[in-house]
Design a protein around this ligand. Sequence first.
Ligand code: HEM
Length: 205
Amino acid sequence: MVATKAALHAAALTPVAWLGWQVRNELLTGSGGLGADPVAAIEQFLGLWALRLLVLTLAITPLRQLTGKSVLLRFRRMLGLYVFVYASLHFAAYLVLDLRGYWTQIFAEIVKRPYITVGFAAWLLLVPLALTSTQAAMRRLGRRWGLLHRAVYVVAVLAVLHFWWLVKSDIREPALYAGLVSALLGWRVWRKLRPVTPRRTAAAG
Ligand code: HEM
């Protein structure tokens, strides 16, 4: 279990380590692997990884239900926290590299650009989820914890909308994530609505 967790941490940190390396090369040699517009590349990279990890986090419950391996649930919190880490780095990159310190400009952007509005709403919703991800918060909130953490479904829909609205012409990539999120949320709806088949008991023969 410890080894699996360590491997998962390493895997989740690999993208940001790769990005750090490219930024270093960019700064030292002027030629990293970030292309002609490094600022956009950094923002896109971090946003995309936040979304990928979000999809992975949402896949844990269906995978557990399909395989019966409840051990999978142990990785859900870790993955969820990495979603928050990548989304926050993405937001920070936007504030520092794009707005270049004119941070109050974010309010004008939120009003003016719908894709920023929904991206910001998604990030804001992630904050209470990250803050209440501890065992202690779980115990304290009881049933309300589950209700609160359903907000992750809203985050997923907002993140896909954010992506969809910001692409100019080629919608293939956001469409792929829209499909994945629809399938993962659809699975949950189907599980809730499907008729429950009564288990055969010994008495019933
Ligand atoms: C305060 C919150 C956020 C702000 C201000 C923000 C801003 C941006 C901006 C400006 C871009 C376009 C970058 C460019 O093409 O130059 C972008 C792209 C993106 N963002 Fe966000 N974002 C926010 C939250 C989020 C969250 C929470 C997620 C996912 C969980 C996310 C996922 C993405 C994705 C997938 C892209 C597209 C990457 C690509 O083009 O390949 N963003 N965001």
